[in-house]
Design a protein around this ligand. Structure first.
Ligand SMILES: *Cc1c(COP(=O)(O)O)cnc(C)c1O
Length: 437
């Protein structure tokens, strides 16, 4: 293993050619739960009117109770996705036209676009260079008299700096939504992710730690916010009158309800969450230890007082130390590895950057969201979406950060060794890769 041609990218024998194990947390418990619901004939028991069924059927209610208990929140409100969860949360917070909502540029785009559904304007806050969450140092300068809320994302599975975010928010009277979709069972100062802001949102989509196909939950200790979320997810316009609601703000309802089928699966999944996250943590700690022996690879580090639940495992790559661009280096590592069984088309899940900075999307560049006339961007005096707006996130995305999921709960020590060996091999032979990016 010395010459250029031993690298798989130049035709050499790859480190690993048989597929990695697939992560599939669904088993017999879920099958039995779904059958029970099917046999009952009640696949959903929601009613859009102000009746007993307004809060859903037995599986939905049991899931909400169990979820609230597991995360230490007073209330959990189930919805059909975390995207819906963010929308109901911002609706309950009263966001509307003319309001600004401070968001992260480095997340799934709904973390930043959710305010638009209420006519609110997203304002992007750059991220911390090592933890990748919105940077409290930059947050306060973005607050204006129009700022109504903040959406802070626990990106990759580590809680954002909620100590400082909540302090700033309380001084300015802002509602804080925690997007905890990637961070179930992570902690900050002994408190669970999802309970660090005023409302926390979780995802149960099929890529997350646990899933029920599609689904989400929003948790809060605030009864009023919980009830407003229940209204918005289920035809608030019909229920508000009979319920005697005084404040009709954003009580234009929708149908974002979860079915009994999904709730029954989600309950089984919740019972498995602890060991699944723990296994990921063990795998990630082993991988961090191995890969950071390579001088050009660093782990950004854990926030003081935080634990990580590792939806993805991010690393920092130092191109100057390596003498080879990040993307070229990763291309060579990918060539040494096999994809996941049953996921061959997706390729090896190891990639430079994460998502593009969200404000690069055509939606923000062209300022076309609701209707074609520039609404809601034209409801505020000025908002900046230019390239270069958040230099840290742009640098991370273009040159410094890389992510992988080669550490999920089905990966065995032997699999992790192969991943580390592939990185080690490419590091040793990197001079053959040339200097191209
Ligand atoms: C997955 C995810 C979402 C959206 O989840 P859905 O349930 O698919 O709507 C939102 N935010 C983050 C950070 C996510 O990872």
């Amino acid at each position: 293993m010395s010459g250029k041609h031993s690298l798989a990218i130049f035709g050499g024998k790859p480190v690993r050619s048989d597929p990695f194990p697939r992560y599939n947390p669904i088993g017999d418990e879920e099958r039995e739960a779904v059958l029970r619901v099917i046999e009952s004939g009640d696949l959903s028991k929601f009613m859009g009117a102000w009746t007993e069924g307004f809060y859903g059927g037995p599986e939905v209610r049991a899931l909400e109770e169990e979820w609230a208990g597991a995360f230490g929140a007073a209330r959990a409100v189930s919805v059909n996705s975390a995207s819906s969860g963010l929308v109901v949360a911002l609706g309950a917070a009263g966001v509307g036209p003319g309001d600004e909502v401070i968001v992260s540029p480095y997340s799934m785009c709904i973390s930043a676009t959710a305010p638009l559904f209420w006519g609110g304007v997203p304002v992007f806050c750059d991220v911390e260079p090592g933890q990748y969450c919105i940077d409290p140092e930059r947050l306060e300068a973005l607050i204006t008299p129009r700022t109504k809320a903040v959406v802070a994302v626990d990106i990759f599975g580590q809680p954002a700096d909620f100590r400082r975010i909540m302090d700033i928010a309380s001084r300015h009277g802002l509602t804080v939504i925690e997007d905890a979709a990637q961070a179930p069972l992570a902690h900050l100062d002994g408190r669970r992710a999802g309970t660090l802001g005023h409302i926390g949102v979780f995802s149960l989509n099929c890529h997350k730690h646990i899933h029920c196909g599609e689904g989400g939950l929003a948790v809060t200790d605030d009864e009023r916010l919980a009830e407003r979320m229940c209204l918005i997810r289920n035809h608030a316009e019909a229920a508000a009158g009979p319920r005697g609601e005084q404040d009709l703000t954003n009580l234009v309802g929708h149908n974002m309800r979860m079915t009994e089928l999904e709730a029954s699966v989600a309950r089984c999944q919740l019972a498995k969450l602890g060991p699944l996250v723990e296994r990921r943590r063990v795998n990630c700690e082993a991988t961090i230890e191995k890969l950071t022996q390579i001088p050009a690879i660093n782990f950004g580090g854990l926030r003081q007082g935080a634990t990580h639940s590792y939806y993805l495992l991010p690393f920092l790559y130092d191109e100057a130390v390596a003498g080879v661009g990040r993307d070229r280096f990763l291309e060579a590592v990918r060539a040494e590895l096999a994809p996941t069984a049953g996921r061959e088309k997706e390729g090896v899940k190891l990639y430079g950057g994460y998502v593009k900075p969200i404000y690069w999307l055509p939606l923000f560049q062209q300022r076309i969201a609701l209707g074609g006339g520039g609404f809601p961007f034209n409801t505020v005096p000025s908002v900046d979406y230019s390239h270069g707006l958040c230099p840290v996130v742009e640098r991370l995305h273009l040159r410094e950060l890389f992510c992988n999921d080669l550490m999920h709960a089905a990966m065995e020590p032997r699999d992790l060794d192969d991943v580390a060996q592939a990185f080690g091999k490419v590091w040793e032979l990197r001079r053959h890769l040339g200097r191209e990016k």
